[in-house]
Design a protein around this ligand. Structure first.
Ligand SMILES: [Zn+2]
Length: 176
């Protein structure tokens, strides 16, 4: 069996928000498995010199693709944020990250957003996109049982996910 048959949704996209860019998360990802994306505004928010230089080097090397979501996806993300009641707590960059996730998801990618932003995580859950916090424990204050990966902290948005698309570990549930 070749790798194409081993996994039903083969293409995997990771979207890094500003916090993930600053943490240089792009250095940790095997490029043969993941396509790594971020947005122009997320790049713009990385302001200190050392982090900026490292980031631009990674972009030049082709480790990260800087891509802005289509307007229809920005509108969709905004609409979802209004529905979930968090539009006033989310920045333009947050909305664009969510919009890019919707767009890549629609293109057939398993899409994972790396973010520590609680409001963005919440929006992604509502939309149906998995995410992974940089910190092993998320900042979720809701006492809810949620599926997550015990190894890397990935949180799937759809209930049927049994294997972590990031590290391959078995998804479990715990109280957050
Ligand atoms: Zn994992």
């Amino acid at each position: 069996m070749n790798q194409d048959n081993a996994c039903s949704k083969l293409k995997k996209a990771i979207i890094l928000d500003t916090s993930a860019l600053i943490a240089k998360y792009y250095r940790l990802l095997p490029r043969n498995i993941f396509e790594v994306y971020t947005t122009e505004n997320a790049v713009r928010e990385v302001i200190d010199r050392e982090n900026r230089e490292a980031l631009f080097e990674a972009i030049d090397l082709g480790l990260i693709t800087v891509s802005n979501p289509g307007l229809q996806y920005v509108e969709e993300a905004r609409k979802k944020a209004i529905e979930v009641g968090s539009i006033h707590k989310l920045s333009k960059t947050d909305i664009e990250v969510a919009a890019l996730a919707i767009q890549l998801n629609n293109m057939g990618y398993t899409t994972i957003v790396i973010t520590d932003d609680y409001e963005l995580q919440n929006l992604l859950l509502y939309i149906g996109i998995g995410f992974k916090p940089l910190r092993t424990r998320g900042v979720n204050t809701l006492r809810v049982y949620r599926a997550y990966c015990p190894v890397c902290g990935y949180t799937p948005a759809s209930p049927g996910v049994e294997t972590c698309p990031l590290c391959g570990a078995k998804i479990t549930r715990r109280q957050f």
